[in-house]
Ligand binder design. Sequence first.
Ligand code: CP
Ligand code: NVA
Length: 310
Amino acid sequence: MKHFINLKDIPAKDLRRILIDAKKRKNVRKKLNNLDPDKGTPLKGKLLIQMFEKSSLRTRLSFFLAISQLSGRTLTLRPDELHLSKGGESIEDTAKILSNFGDAFMLRTDNDEKLEEFKKHLTIPIINGLSPSSHPTQILSDVFTVEEIKKKPISKLNITWIGDSNNVLNSLIAASIKFSFKLKVGCPKKYQPNKSMMNYIKKNKNKNKITIYNDPKKAVEGADVIFSDKVISMNDKVNKKRKLRDFKNFKISKNLMKKCPRAIFLHCLPRGSEVDENVFKSKQSKVWLQASNRVHVQKSILLYCFGKLR
Ligand code: CP
Ligand code: NVA
């Protein structure tokens, strides 16, 4: 049994095994319907329990399809209906029940410590479906999408992030270290990655592959992929007006994209005002394929957690 909480803690070779499995599974599903099972019904009889403490469209639907295609089932809990949040039931007791009734637990939370506390008490795998500090299932899937479109290992590509230093960027940084790809981050000076991320970068052998720019034009030079995300994340407790103003020069416009003509544009969604409509809907934008690939990669993440990767 393995947990999937943070890319930093997962060996690079395991992340690669997940991507290889996802590619094989995706390739043989071309003619199947969403709910048709994969051959071998690998997770038959297994129940994935999901809980979202923050909104979700893609993660919710893609995990539903992922476990369904593996012949398992999912049950989504509403945090406001549980004793955990309403009546003060402990994480320890909740975890005991989840472990008795379920086979894996996927949690989207506003508190990283909660993931660790659940991990301590669960006897089933836990998957991080987004936390304040990371969004690992999203980024592993995005590595898959990049390699699928560019038909090259990501280590041979130049990746750029334009936007806030948030959970998604933290996972992209971890991916850059694990998969050894060049990553340029473009953001205003006051929104650079936090101390703990900077320390994580500094102590890694791939640290020189990650560069931070305060000029978006410099950050996109030579890029094969431009990533972005909302300037204001869920529950971001900031002065929203001021933050949006601070990011004014970091908007992804047609003019900015012209500086990197071979680049594709990716965005985890939902989007805000950080990208112009004509970029979002352009040929360079691959956001819909990016979203649908979550199903394929999350299937292989589930199999990894269950110790059933081929
Ligand atoms: N990208 C992503 O995680 O989307 P949701 O918040 O809709 O799940
Ligand atoms: N950074 C965003 C990602 C949403 C999928 C957030 O945390 O709200």
